[in-house]
Design a binder for this molecule. Structure first.
Ligand SMILES: Cc1cc2nc3c(=O)[nH]c(=O)nc-3n(C[C@H](O)[C@H](O)[C@H](O)COP(=O)(O)O)c2cc1C
Ligand code: SF4
Length: 673
């Protein structure tokens, strides 16, 4: 798999011939590609953006004060993205009215008091030559609080609970004006444009969609009535903020909901919006609880909503923006070159790496830190009303205090034990800080358990992060010694001043009656993902992420799989968006999932357990795969303790957990040295 180059007894991993081809991912390709189409200017109304990359609006749920006015934290987050070179950037989901604040930590635009802090933000962003806008939003029934209003008293399909109050005619008028006033405040603060959120199941989309709007007055019923609110909002913005103030509109090309808004509806609406003064259309899809989610996870193809924008582009002349799992700048350029859309929006790719545009522009594609589509740090956190973050980029939200963090410290000899994600991430940051780092790894390749996790169907994208870290270590010329177990001789040779122990974890065998005497094949989830040949009828013990992805892996091979989950919920450690697609995949005849089971004992060829208060027996199985819990591996610790070296235990070696805390801890450790 790898070509190993020996230089002074140190083995460097040769990325291009080894790791890079481990999985078929969508990682960016070779360097020095000229992305002519992406980096050509585009005119939006009276403004011109320097390139065709729009950072889409993302409600990040941090960076506002007690009045929901923007703070330096949000400015720092956005300034990092502006510095990164996107042509257009949107402040995500700002509330136009107190009843429409989607999440507690979003900017408020309903009082003039918001203008001064926004002016300060605009001043900080403007030097980066970016078109800076705000997305105007009313959450309607999809707002987190209990003062929800909507066209009709129909609860959201998922995520938030509670029946919204039906809007009166007077209130509809007030909300129309609140969009106009909010746009005027944005203009006064110095923003270049606004985008109105008419997609994703929020208030405007609720008016549009027949399944959410059951009104019988002039705002409901016919197509003309359902679009009225949107048109009045647009008109009011033009009146209050000025006819020449650029206004983009975000619409769904498809709600992906039975009885909801469809592409045909979007194609009918788009020319009307153009005629009424829209300066661009941004076409997305999905609502809370739809079949295709607005923020899809790694299971969904890249560029998933572009076909909707492409269709809309055929019926209008204003610029049309396409979106959906676009993270590869070469792909973005191709979409533009093929004339499918006029502007490409990226969301999570720019959370993961704010510098993506500049790296792409300068042909440095390999340096891009890739979003892996896990949805865990970003949308999962914010919908849990926590500040948004990112699994692969722990600096999100901390940009405003990071300015001097990457400077060189007193240089130390640092040994990292283990080349899983935590070890690699710690080695990277420690090297950037100026330390001399060596990594030792017992196995013949880097990546740790993620190598196995990425083998399950639809999960190969996880490897993009490992590829990135491995490329970084190569760039930084970090010595990585593969197939090397740390012993006293090596420790004496390296003589480190600090050691980071990142030796990972291994699956644990639970003690359950009969488990160790079964006549079935007994193995662990890691063995299965590593390719161990097993029988056709499999019991998977454990309904966490590992158990479910293993079940999917086995079902794909045509096996009959039963998953026994002793916990209350399946795969709680996954983001709900990611889990949704995995659960859909497992929805097949050959897979049975049981949760909240009490396993009584294993038999020679099966298991007896209680489910929903009733005893059940499974027979004629040939394999048990244990996927319940992991145990930290710290074999080298006693030796390191004896040496009294500065020691940090991180990642799964500290306590087996998900990637997000492990990577965050790794970077912190690299910085703390
Ligand atoms: C944390 C988070 C918050 C989001 N908030 C908004 C929002 O306020 N308004 C909006 O139109 N879209 C929002 N989105 C959707 C994104 O703008 C984008 O359409 C979606 O993430 C798909 O693009 P991507 O695959 O490039 O991330 C959000 C996405 C994320 C990840
Ligand atoms: S948390 Fe996951 S999906 Fe969200 S931006 Fe980061 S890597 Fe991408």
């Amino acid at each position: 798999m790898f070509i190993k180059i020996r230089i002074s007894h140190v083995i460097f991993v040769e990325i291009l011939t080894g790791l890079f081809f481990l999985t078929n991912t969508n990682a960016p390709g070779g360097s020095m590609t000229v992305l002519r189409h992406l980096f050509s200017p585009v005119r939006i109304g009276r403004i011109t953006a320097k390139n065709r990359l729009l950072m889409s609006a993302m409600s990040i749920n941090f960076g506002v004060d007690e009045n929901n006015y923007v703070t330096d934290q949000l400015t720092g987050y956005l300034a990092a993205r502006a510095q990164g070179g996107a042509g257009m950037i949107l402040v995500g989901g700002a509330g136009v009215h107190p009843t429409g604040l989607e999440l507690p930590g979003l900017p408020a635009l309903w009082e003039d008091g918001c203008i001064a802090p926004m002016k300060k933000m605009v001043r900080a962003i403007k030097p980066y030559d970016v078109c800076f806008g705000v997305q105007l939003m009313h959450g309607g029934r999809q707002s987190y609080h209990d003062r929800k209003v909507a066209p009709s008293p129909i609860p959201a399909l998922a995520v938030v609970k509670g029946v919204p109050r039906e809007l009166s005619m007077a209130e509809i008028g007030e909300l129309v004006a609140s969009f106009g006033d909010a746009a005027r405040r944005c203009r006064d603060a110095g923003f270049d444009f606004v985008e109105v959120h008419g997609a994703h199941g929020y208030l405007i989309n609720q008016f549009l969609s027949p399944n959410a709007n059951h009104r019988q007055d002039r705002y409901g019923g016919s197509f003309e009535n359902r679009i009225r609110f949107f048109l009045e909002v647009l008109d009011n913005i033009k009146t209050r903020a000025g006819a020449d103030f650029p206004v983009g509109l975000r619409i769904n090309g498809d709600d992906y909901v039975e009885g909801g808004w469809t592409l045909d509806d979007a194609l009918r609406l788009a020319p009307i919006l153009e005629k009424n003064g829209a300066d661009y259309l941004h076409v997305s899809g999905g609502v809370y609880g739809s079949k295709q989610l607005s923020i899809p996870s790694m299971y969904v193809e890249h560029g998933c909503f572009v076909y909707l924008a492409e269709a809309v582009k055929q019926v209008v002349r204003i610029p049309v923006v396409g979106v959906g799992r676009i993270k590869n700048p070469e792909m973005a350029d191709r979409i533009l070159r093929e004339g499918r859309v006029d502007v490409v929006a990226m969301g999570r790719a720019l959370i993961a790496d704010p510098m993506l545009p500049e790296k792409a522009r300068s042909g440095n594609l390999n340096a891009i830190r890739p979003c892996i589509g896990c949805c865990l740090g970003c949308i999962h956190q914010v919908l849990a009303l926590e500040p948004g973050s990112c699994v692969v980029n722990p600096d999100v939200g901390r940009e405003y205090m990071m300015a001097d963090k990457e400077t060189t410290a007193v240089s130390k000899r640092v040994l990292v034990v283990g080349a899983g994600p935590a070890g690699l991430a710690a080695a990277r940051v420690a090297t950037i800080r100026g330390h001399h780092v060596t990594v030792v790894e017992e196995k013949g390749c880097v990546g740790g358990l993620l190598l196995l996790a990425a083998r399950a169907p639809g999960r190969g994208e996880i490897m993009d992060m490992i590829h990135f870290l491995a490329r970084e270590l190569e760039r930084l010329k970090v010595g990585v010694r593969l197939n090397t177990k740390l012993d006293q001789t090596l420790l004496d040779e390296l003589n480190p001043q600090a050691v980071i122990l990142a030796s990972g974890s291994l699956p644990e065998m639970p003690i359950i009656k009969g488990l160790f005497t079964v006549k079935m094949d007994l193995c662990t989830v890691t063995e299965v993902l590593d390719g161990k040949i097993i029988g056709d009828r499999v019991i998977v013990l454990g309904g966490g992420q590992a158990g479910l992805v293993a079940a999917d892996f086995l079902a794909e091979q045509g096996k009959v799989v039963v998953v026994l989950n002793r916990k209350r919920h399946f795969a709680e450690e996954m983001s709900s968006n990611d889990r949704y697609y995995l659960r859909e995949r497992l929805n097949r005849d050959s897979v049975r999932l049981y949760k909240q089971v009490a396993v009584q004992r294993f038999t020679d060829d099966g298991v007896i357990f209680t489910f929903a208060g009733k005893p059940l027996t499974l027979e004629r199985f040939d394999t048990v795969v244990v996927a319940e819990s992991m145990s930290a591996v710290r074999d080298a610790k006693p030796m390191l303790d004896r040496r009294h070296v500065e020691l940090y235990v991180i990642g799964d070696a500290k306590s087996p957990r998900h990637l997000m805390p492990a990577l965050s801890e790794a970077e912190e450790t690299g910085r703390a040295l």
